[in-house]
Design a protein around this ligand. Structure first.
Ligand code: MG
Length: 263
């Protein structure tokens, strides 16, 4: 990361309230998609469900048009890691896993979260991959306390995953979030050194933590559509993400509707 400045924008209490509202819209969409995603439903249908809910809440998509992205969801089925484009030609099948990433803008602030859904009955291996990826996100969130360093958050993901033999994606990382979807600091899913790793967590820092974990090798490649990222070995990949505020009393998981405000 060299000597690149890390430009962290701490959020006020009022800003956190707005970000909570944006993330509640995100969580509502994820809940609707958990209900809807089943064998035979296409990823484009999921995208339409998300669009309708954005309209209903008067919120904007954080993804549509972002560097030209054509949808409000990223839907990444099986060996797709991230940034898959919803399609009418892509019905979900029994045994698939489908990663869904979604961002919403409310009053100028962005909420961002992702989940990987098991469609019908999935293999034990797939179920394990989802469990470990979700667990890695939980372990990282637990580190989101004042005085900890960014490397504690990043390292928690890697250390949770590695014993299971899965691959931690390195080509894509989490991020600070606020008025922009991608703010400083970057939040890798492996223990980082240097100034980034040493960054001290402070109340008002909001980060989107998003482990992307592969069944096999960590390596990825991007398809010819310029968006869809797949595993280099064609094996499965899972992705879970929450937007998390550091408060003086610990983490506030803004994109978890059940999370209480610890301030
Ligand atoms: Mg994100």
């Amino acid at each position: 990361m060299g000597f690149k400045m890390i430009n962290v924008q701490l959020k006020s209490n009022e800003e956190l309230e707005i970000m909570r509202r944006a993330n509640i819209v995100v969580a509502e969409v994820h809940a609707l998609l958990r209900e809807a995603a089943s064998p035979g439903v296409t990823t484009a249908e999921l995208d339409r469900i998300a669009r309708r809910h954005l309209d209903k809440r008067g919120a904007k998509s954080a993804f549509l048009g972002y560097h030209g992205f054509p949808a409000v969801l990223c839907t990444s089925v099986n060996e797709k890691v991230v940034h898959g484009i919803p399609s009418d030609k892509e019905p979900l099948r029994d045994g698939d896993i489908c990663s869904i990433d979604f961002g919403a803008i409310v009053d100028g602030y962005v909420g961002d979260a992702a989940q990987t859904l098991a469609i019908g009955k999935v293999s034990e291996r797939a179920a394990k991959l989802l469990e470990v990826t979700r667990g890695a996100l939980g372990a990282a969130i637990e580190q989101c306390r004042p005085g900890r360093r960014l490397r504690d958050v990043c390292g928690a993901v890697e250390e949770h995953v590695t014993p299971h033999g899965f691959g931690v994606v390195r080509d894509f990382v989490g991020h600070g979030i606020g008025r922009k979807m991608h703010e400083d600091p970057q939040v890798p899913n492996y223990r980082v050194g240097g100034r980034l790793g040493a960054l001290r967590l402070e109340p008002g820092l909001v980060i989107a933590i998003e482990p992307m974990i592969n069944e096999g090798t960590f390596e990825t490649k991007t398809l010819d559509d310029g968006w869809t990222v797949v595993t280099a070995d064609g094996k499965l990949s899972a992705h879970f993400e929450h937007s998390v505020a550091i408060t003086r009393n610990g983490p506030w998981v803004l994109s978890d509707p059940e999370a209480i405000d610890p301030r």
